[in-house]
Design a protein around this ligand. Structure first.
Ligand code: BDR
Ligand code: CA
Length: 318
């Protein structure tokens, strides 16, 4: 059983990542933390809470974190285009009934890592601001982190904000750099694989055909998310980037990895947020990151489709 903290900015694919984690047999969600990214902190926190309530996950608390990147202003354009103004365009779901917790996300993560009797996996699927704050404010907690499974970066293929940079890393490159240099065991699901693990129209319709509350909700999320991808990127398929971070915990054969050294460009516009990997081992740096190399798309589609038909079962406390 993995003890997991989901650090996210929902976001259509973040929402599906939350749903997948909540339905996985081997994942216990200790808490959900939010970070400004796809939309404002207020919007993404509202979205996290109402998705969890809608999915019956009322015993998992939500904590709001950083409302902007460490050293920059929040970049709003791509998030609004792809996810809508409130971060979760498309399906209409009710407001949450369960309140957001008053504790700051960073304090919650530090406290949980210190108190948990077992190691914890961090799953950041938004900008890395909260995680960088945790690692700088409380370096002692590193020993309690089993691994950090990140959605971010583009190494072999181009980025989606600029040709150098992927959205999450572009938003807060300084934070990403702190995380990559932290010495933690890092797994990086990049655009290189998430753009290959896409959902086609027929995959979406298979989910919808299952019927019921969650499959219908997911299909409606994909209707909106797919349409904005067509409009913005001319891309006729839907990449559920963030859910891959959960997928690799459910099925260790979903993705293959390459262990290498990765650093992040904190330069201004041209290469801002570029994840630069030492693929030929020319720098002499020891590897600090497992970068995703291949993904089994069919397995991923099957996993999401099957899990969305399940009900939520609480895993209790470790
Ligand atoms: C990432 O950016 C966000 O828009 C998505 O939620 C995902 O985390 C993909 O680049
Ligand atoms: Ca995200």
């Amino acid at each position: 059983m993995y003890n997991v903290i989901m650090d996210c900015d929902p976001g259509h694919d973040d929402a599906i990542a939350l749903l997948l984690a909540s339905r996985a047999d081997n994942i216990r969600i200790l808490g959900v933390t939010t970070v400004a990214g796809n939309s404002t902190l207020e919007n993404v926190t509202r979205n996290a809470r109402r998705v969890l309530d809608y999915a019956g996950v009322t015993d998992v608390d939500v904590y709001a974190g950083a409302n902007k990147p460490l050293m920059r202003e929040l970049y709003r354009l791509t998030g609004a285009i792809i996810h809508g103004e409130d971060g979760l365009g498309g399906p209409e779901i009710p407001e949450a009934v369960t309140p957001v917790r008053p504790e700051h996300a960073v304090e919650f993560i530090i406290r949980t890592l210190r108190e948990c009797p077992e190691k914890v996996v961090l799953v950041p699927t938004g900008p890395l601001t909260n995680i960088a704050m945790v690692l700088t404010q409380a370096p002692d907690v590193k020993e309690k982190i089993e691994r950090i499974v990140i959605m971010g970066g583009a190494i072999y293929d181009p980025g989606n904000v600029t040709s150098a940079a992927e959205f999450n890393i572009y938003q807060d490159p300084e934070a990403a750099r702190i995380v990559f240099q932290s010495g933690c065991d890092i797994y990086l699901n990049t655009l290189d694989i998430s753009m290959k693990a896409v959902f086609y129209e027929e995959d979406k319709e298979r989910i919808r055909a299952k019927g019921g509350r969650i499959p219908t909700f997911v299909a409606e999320l994909l209707d909106f998310f797919g349409a904005t991808h067509v409009e913005h990127f001319g891309f006729f398929a839907c990449p559920i980037h963030d859910a891959l971070c959960v997928g690799v915990l459910i099925d260790e054969n979903l993705v293959t990895w390459e262990h290498t050294y990765v650093d992040v460009s904190v330069a201004e516009e041209l290469t801002r947020g570029e994840t630069v990997a030492d693929l030929w081992n020319v720098t002499g740096h020891a590897p600090n990151c497992h970068i995703a190399r291949t993904v089994n798309r069919e397995r991923f589609v099957e996993m999401i489709t099957e899990h969305m038909g399940r009900s939520y079962v609480s895993k209790g406390r470790p």
